[in-house]
Design a protein around this ligand. Structure first.
Ligand code: NDP
Ligand code: MG
Length: 339
């Protein structure tokens, strides 16, 4: 594994470029603010007419332009739009306006890896993918820690694509933590697997199922919330700091014995078979196809799942309980009115 740090990067490359950041959402706001604080002066945010996030970008002092205009004379175009719409925006507004020798950049390899976007041949195609949410990327830049990021090159027209990617990664703060070399394929497939099986899909389903089991058996929803959701963060903090053995070290012997003797009854051979099936859907492009079709059909499944998830008892109980824990609010990463 090759890892690069600030000392291996030349920040002046991106500082001398005109950069268009497309999108001002979770990733977009973090990239734009971090680039500006790293001394990138020729910086514009590209958005569609009437985008709610355009006001947030303007309030933060950025020049906001329609995508086509922002792309026209830019040297680097970082595409931080939702994955499911990148293909259309590239075809209509980005591709036709890219100048020869420019670089397009992604924070996730999805569209390039699954051939949804076929980049022009006279440009560089790079990836700088922070390994964490946009709001954390910004918070970590401000506190000085930075955030790990992956970088990859899919097309090197200029012969300088790697230097550009490393320079950009340094400007968003990744060079302080580590910039790891990967490929579009590896990043896309492992990222999708992680979020579906463990981080987002698996973890959320595990928490909800545990909560429901306790509530169904007549225990107070408040107790169920603390046990199954609130405490998960405290446990994961030990994983993060010193691995799973670090967690076993800190919990009681009772928790340790109960955990090691019961965990495999939750993640069974059937569960592992499903994990492999999900990985297969990712590798064959079946998942990508399904996701794009869902978006073209108006995202009805996603919208109804969002509604159901919001109405779940665990959300209502959680809202009440978090109001009792002011320290959570004080450390909040997301403020929907500004980022
Ligand atoms: P968000 O949904 O948070 O933000 C998308 C932005 O694009 C918004 O500003 C939105 O405007 C704007 N937008 C939507 N449609 C258009 C359009 N047609 N033309 C121009 N602008 C448009 O996206 P994320 O930041 O979550 O994701 C961006 C990329 O980063 C994706 O490739 C994702 O996979 C990747 N990524 C995301 C991570 C994360 O932390 N979320 C982590 C690592 C990678 P408005 O909201 O005003 O409609
Ligand atoms: Mg990810």
């Amino acid at each position: 594994m090759r890892v690069y740090y600030d000392k291996d990067c030349d920040l002046s490359i991106v500082q001398n470029c005109k950069v268009a950041v497309l999108g001002y959402g979770s990733q977009g706001h973090a990239h734009a603010n971090n680039l500006r604080d790293s001394g990138v002066e020729k910086l514009v945010v590209g958005l569609y007419e009437g985008a709610p996030s355009a006001e947030k970008a303007r309030n933060a002092g950025f020049t906001v332009q329609p995508v086509a205009e922002s792309v026209r004379d830019s040297d680097i175009v970082m595409i931080l739009l939702p994955d499911e719409i990148q293909r259309n925006v590239y075809r209509e507004h980005i591709g036709p306006n890219l100048k020869q020798g420019a670089a397009i950049a992604f924070a996730h390899g999805f569209n390039v890896h699954y051939d949804l976007i076929t980049p022009k041949t006279d440009i560089d195609v790079i990836m700088v993918a922070p390994k964490g949410p946009g709001h954390t990327l910004r918070a970590n830049y401000e506190s000085g820690i930075g955030m790990l990021a992956l970088y990859a090159v899919a097309q090197d027209y200029s012969g300088r694509a790697t230097d550009t990617a490393l320079s950009y990664a340094m400007a968003i703060g990744a060079g302080r933590a580590g910039i790891i070399e990967t490929t579009f394929r590896e990043e896309t497939e492992t990222d999708l697997f992680g979020e579906q099986v463990v981080l987002c899909g698996g973890a959320a389903a595990l928490v909800q199922a545990g909560f429901e089991t306790l509530v169904e058996a007549g225990y107070a929803p408040e107790m169920a919330y603390f046990e199954c959701l609130h405490e998960l963060k405290l446990i994961v903090d030990f994983f993060y700091e010193g691995g799973i053995t670090n967690m076993w070290y800190t919990v009681s012997n009772t928790a340790e014995y109960g955990g090691i003797s019961r965990g495999d009854r939750i993640i069974t051979e059937d569960t592992r078979r499903e994990m492999r099936a999900i990985l297969h859907e990712i590798q064959t492009g079946k998942f990508a196809q399904e996701f794009i079709a869902e978006s073209q059909a108006g995202a009805t499944t996603v919208n109804s799942m969002r509604r159901l998830s919001k109405e779940h008892l665990i959300e209502k109980v959680g809202e009440r309980l978090r109001a009792m824990m002011p320290w959570i609010e004080e450390k909040k990463l997301v403020d929907k009115s500004v980022n």
